[in-house]
Each structure stands twice: as C-alpha cells, then as structure tokens.
Design a protein around this ligand. Structure first.
Ligand code: SAM
Length: 342
C-alpha cells in the first residue's frame, strides 16, 4: 500500500461506519417483506418525513441526525420532486450545512420534505472565495452537503475543485447517488448504452462547436450532450453536417409534466420538433458511428507512421487515438512496434 493509502483507507472505514449507521442492512430472511414496506414508507409530497416510531421493526426510514463528518455530494431531482433517495433526505437533514447553487431553488425541495437545513450559496461565481472556508470546516469535522439546482452535483455543475481539494486534504467524500439528466436520457434513448461519452455543453460559437464535434466524431460510443432550447436547432444542423445522419434522440423535460422524446436520424430530427416544443430543458443522445467508420489496423499504422515523422511518439499516439477512437494503450503498442521496425 502506498503512502497515500492512509486517508483513502480511513475514508473507507468512515464510509463503512456511516453506511452502517445510515442504512442498517435488511434482515436476510425477510427481505421481500421489507422491500414492500420500504416503498410504502416514502414520504408523500408535500408532507412530513415518515415517523420512525410508526414503522415496523427493520424498516429503513430516514435517520436524519446520524451521519459521519465529511463532504456529501447529494443528487437531487431533475424535475419530479419524488425522485430523491431516502439517504439523500437523511443527509440533507443531518448535515451541518448544505451548499446549494441557488438557495431559492433548493428551498422548494426542502419545503416539500419538511427540511430546514442551514443553506448557503455555492455557485460558480463565489466558489473560488468560499472554497477555503468550507475546506477548513471539513477538516475540523463538519458534515457538509453539496447540491446543485437539479441532478448530480459536479455534472456540468460546480464542485469539482472542492472535491479535489477535500480529497487531497484527507477529508471523507461521499456520493449520495440519484438522478442525472444524462443517464436518464441515455437509458430511455434506445441507443447503445455499453459505451457512451458525456460531452456536457458544446461551445456556443459555431466554429468552436464544429471543431469539438470533429474531435468527437471517431469516438466509438454513443454521445450525450446537454443543450439549451435556444440553440438546439443550430446544434442539430452542425451535428448533421459533421457527424452525418446518425440515429439521435432529443429528450426534453425528463421526469416533468411535458416530458417528450423525439427519435430520428440527425438530418431529420430538427424538423420533427414542433416550434412550440422548442423550450424547456433537453439532452441530446447521438448513436455511435457505423462500423464502416472504424479504422482497421493498417489504417492506424499508416496514420501513426505519418504522424511520427513530425512529432514525438507520445504526441502521435495522442492524436491518432483521438482520431480513430481506439484506446490509447492499443495505439501506443502499435506505435512502439512501428518505432522498433524503423
Ligand atoms: N447536474 C445536472 C445533472 O446531473 O443532470 C445537470 C446540470 S446542467 C447545468 C443543466 C442541463 O441538464 C440542462 O441545460 C439540460 O441540458 C439538462 N437537464 C437538466 N434537467 C433536465 C430534464 N429534466 N430534462 C432534460 N434535460 C435536463
């Protein structure tokens, strides 16, 4: 075990203890009965969290005060307020404070579940100033939850630097997983899910956007993008121009009242969306390139040989693995063979 194992190990131990406290394991002999009870114990909205005392023994119910010190990344609903886990409610109720992107937005969620956490703003404009004091509090044993306006924090949302710094300082960081628009869209898309690349938001300017799409073109995986309603038609045009008529899905207002899915090849998708529906939140999922687009070994070798004439082996490998969409280690192995033979 290396010198860094200490904090990681202690985090694992802390995490185990926390899991034991937050979610006691179900008694093995009565699992199905308890699963049923669990479903009926989810609080209604609006309403008070279920009272532990009224539940049959062994039922998992919110245990708000019982969480270990550390930073909690809590996923929250992307629309339907019932899409929240019991553990997320525990943590929001038990944290010393909750860092929220927009405190007013988060209030809706808190109100729905009768939660009254100490809530502070933490967003891209103040994160640089706030981060140090948050880290100091964490080092002193605070229990701090981070949430975004919707979905999973850090996914096209603030928090990455906070997590990086917290981990570097040996602070325990816990995922409280739940909704994320990208996974919700990918899973309903009907497009391949075995390999996918989440590309977040494309650049707003067309030239940069087309360059970004060119770089993604050879990736042998489904591509998932966040997009705004205002730009989506322009983005679909660029996608069709760069990627060709691949199968595509636009998932709009997921989990909300006007949830809609449009499935069509990229050259038709834009024209299938009624103008009135060009609003709300949306995710685009694009199918992978055909096998025809895949490079064979001879093509990779030719491209590598050429690239290695004017740049380092590492540079050539980086460039060609991106272009052909093959894993870097495979391309690196071929580059070493070419180097040996020359
Ligand atoms: N952290 C969030 C997550 O885990 O999904 C994403 C935050 S990002 C700032 C917001 C973008 O997510 C929106 O512009 C939209 O592309 C996508 N999004 C969020 N909620 C959505 C929903 N209910 N339906 C479709 N897309 C959604």
């Amino acid at each position: 075990m290396g010198p860094d194992a200490g904090p990681v190990l202690s985090q694992a131990v802390n995490a185990k203890a926390a899991i034991r406290r937050i979610a006691p394991p179900l008694p093995t002999r009565q699992k199905s009965v308890h699963t049923l009870i669990l479903m009926t114990s989810v609080p209604n909205i609006p309403g008070e969290p279920t009272d532990q005392a009224t539940l049959p023994q062994g039922t998992i119910a919110p245990s708000p005060k019982d969480i270990a010190p550390g930073l909690y990344l809590v996923a929250t609903p992307i629309g339907n307020l019932r899409d929240i886990t019991l553990r997320a409610l525990d943590v929001l109720a038990g944290a010393d404070r909750v860092l929220a992107e927009d405190t007013r937005m988060s209030r809706r969620l808190f109100d729905a579940y009768g939660l009254r956490p100490k809530c502070e703003a933490y967003h891209e404009h103040n994160a640089g100033r706030r981060r140090d004091s948050v880290l100091v509090a964490l080092e002193q044993g605070a229990k701090i939850a981070l949430i975004s306006d919707a979905g999973t924090p850090l996914i096209s949302d603030p928090g990455y630097k906070l997590v990086r710094e917290a981990a570097a300082r040996g602070v325990a960081v816990y995922a409280i997983p739940g909704p994320s628009a990208m996974l919700a869209a990918l899973t309903v898309s009907g497009l391949p899910t075995d390999k996918f690349l989440f590309a977040g938001f494309l650049p707003p300017r067309q030239s940069a956007r087309r360059r970004a799409l060119e770089a993604l073109k050879p990736t042998p995986a489904s591509l998932v993008f966040y997009e705004t309603a205002k730009r989506v038609l322009a983005v679909l045009d660029d996608m069709n121009a760069v990627l060709g008529p691949r199968p595509a899905v636009l998932a709009r207002e997921l989990t909300k009242r006007f949830e809609t899915l449009y499935r069509a090849p990229l050259d038709q998708l834009g024209s299938q969306i009624p103008e009135a529906e060009l609003r709300g939140e949306m995710v685009l999922v694009i199918g992978p390139p055909d096998d025809e687009g895949q490079w064979d070994e001879a093509q990779i070798d030719t491209a590598l040989t050429e690239a290695m004439t004017h740049q380092s082996l590492k540079g050539a490998v980086d460039e060609i693995s991106k272009m052909c969409g093959q894993p870097r280690r495979l391309v690196y192995r071929r580059a070493l063979d070419i180097q040996k033979q020359s």
